[in-house]
Design a protein around this ligand. Structure first.
Ligand code: NI
Length: 276
């Protein structure tokens, strides 16, 4: 066994219990329904947060692909050279099931069920981690998460976005357009009009309506899959690490056909990358 994998095994063996009691108030549920997002001061314990930070740093240091092709920089073309601007790891829980045994995941799922309504057992969850390095972390422009998904289906879904570091205006906190979750998915395009850049942007947004939502380390934002949101650049001297879990009910086939050409363009670029 290598030193690296022995260190990883030791880290996984030190996983805290994953119990941490939190609840949403009626005001937060009301805010989510009316505005499309709400935040919670803490989703997990200091102990779990410290453990998660160690695991998170290891995953990014090793550029771990939990699923094939599942490590890339969101802000530049796949496999292009340059410093890390905004690396992302997709579905880390598929390789590290311990992530599903955390308070972050358990609380996230339970509170997601409360916000979406209905039973927790019907909720599917998968995660992604987005890291904004100190000083150079790139912004993520305005988008709706559903714009990334197959338009053949209708969704009941939200993202539970945990920050491991203080998310402030300087470190790249999230901003939202209140109430925008009640409208359809808007027209999107790939950043830089390059389908090999994973990140999407919509130009159909009035940024004057934006509300910034700073959150302290260990806090989280729950946001509807259709609410318009963005995050700023990290101009601060410390890293801003986020782990988001998406929770959704089984998607239902949509009656009418909707075109989202940016998804087809992105798929072709992704496939071209994988055969290289
Ligand atoms: Ni998003």
């Amino acid at each position: 066994m290598s030193d690296e994998s022995a260190a990883l095994d030791a880290l996984l063996a030190r996983q805290p219990s994953g119990d941490f009691a939190v609840e949403l108030g009626d005001a937060q549920v009301g805010e989510f329904r009316a505005q499309g997002f709400t935040s919670i001061v803490r989703l997990t314990s200091d102990e779990e947060l410290a453990w998660l930070a160690e695991l998170y740093d290891w995953l990014f240091a090793e550029r771990v692909q939990a699923v094939p092709g599942g490590y890339f920089d969101l802000s530049r073309a796949y496999e292009s050279d340059g410093p890390d601007l905004q690396p992302q790891i997709l579905s880390p829980e598929t390789r590290f099931p311990a992530l599903r045994r955390t308070a972050v995941f358990r609380n996230g799922r339970r509170l997601a069920a409360r916000l979406l309504g209905g039973d927790e057992s019907g909720l599917r969850g998968w995660g992604h981690m987005i890291r904004k390095p100190a000083g150079i972390g790139a912004p993520l422009p305005w988008h709706q998460d559903e714009a990334y998904w197959d338009p053949a289906f209708e969704y009941e879904a939200l993202g539970a976005w945990l920050t491991l570091d203080p998310a402030t205006r300087e470190s790249g906190c999230m901003s939202f357009i209140p109430g925008s979750h009640r409208a359809e998915v808007r027209v999107h395009r790939h950043v830089g009009d390059d389908p090999a850049v994973h990140a999407l942007i919509t130009d159909d947004v009035d940024a004057r309506l934006a509300r910034e939502v700073p959150v302290q380390a260990g806090g989280a934002i729950f946001h509807h899959c259709r609410v318009l949101h963005s995050s700023g650049a990290n101009t601060s001297p410390r890293v801003r690490r986020a782990w988001a879990n998406e929770f959704q009910r089984a998607p239902r086939p949509r009656a009418e056909r909707i075109d989202r050409p940016w998804i087809d363009e992105g798929k072709r670029a992704w496939e071209a990358r994988r055969v290289r």
